[in-house]
Design a protein around this ligand. Structure first.
Ligand SMILES: [Zn+2]
Length: 197
């Protein structure tokens, strides 16, 4: 069971599992948020649980007490938004170029793709979004340690830096299905989150 985490300004920032959600609540770092945007600390959330007829998102039941798993929690102190940049990782690079070779434009499975330095590392090429693209093994081998024009090759897909597409991209990346009850927080962030472009 997962919980949507909001910062203290009610912007969706991440999804966490129920263990961490309850631990943040227990430690007082977060408050549970109900459907009417009311906030509860650990104790009051437990009391609410007693009056609940059903726990929509499951509950933790111990011999001494039971506590519902909050659908949404809000961090008490954290007001930042997630980093606006997408991490420079193999997975993100492959996804950014949609698993295509940037030279021939063909789509491949991940085991047939390599990371390719446009300006070779041996010639001072950096490892960043501007200089690293995906290439299939054939194009990669053909280009070898040369600049594209030296190898008589051209990039069909130009290198680019992925932009922040709001928390939707974060959520899609995590592979977790967005619940209807989370959507309003996500929409708020999408429209009202401060842009750094
Ligand atoms: Zn290729």
């Amino acid at each position: 069971m997962d919980t949507l985490v909001l910062n203290k300004n009610f912007f969706a920032i991440q999804i966490t599992n129920w263990k961490r959600a309850l631990s943040l609540l227990y430690l007082g770092h977060a408050a549970a948020v109900d459907e009417e945007y009311r906030l509860y600390d650990f104790e009051s959330w437990r009391e609410v649980a007693d009056s609940m007829t059903k726990c929509a998102h499951g509950a933790i039941i111990t011999p001494n007490f039971s506590i519902p798993i909050p659908d949404v929690i809000s961090l008490r102190l954290y007001s930042k938004l997630p980093p606006m940049t997408i991490k420079f990782t193999r997975r993100n690079i492959y996804e950014h170029y949609d698993f295509r070779c940037c030279y021939c434009g063909t789509r491949f499975s991940s085991d047939q793709l390599n990371l390719e330095h446009i300006i070779p590392r041996s010639r001072g090429g950096k490892s960043d979004w501007e200089n690293v693209v995906t290439a299939c093994i054939e194009c990669n081998t053909r280009k070898a340690n040369r600049l594209p024009h030296e190898a008589g090759m051209a990039l069909r897909i130009k290198p680019s830096k992925p932009g922040w597409r709001g928390p939707d991209s974060l959520l899609m990346r995590s592979g977790i299905k967005i619940r209807a009850s989370w959507q309003r927080f996500i929409d708020t962030c999408y429209w009202d989150g401060e842009l750094k472009i």
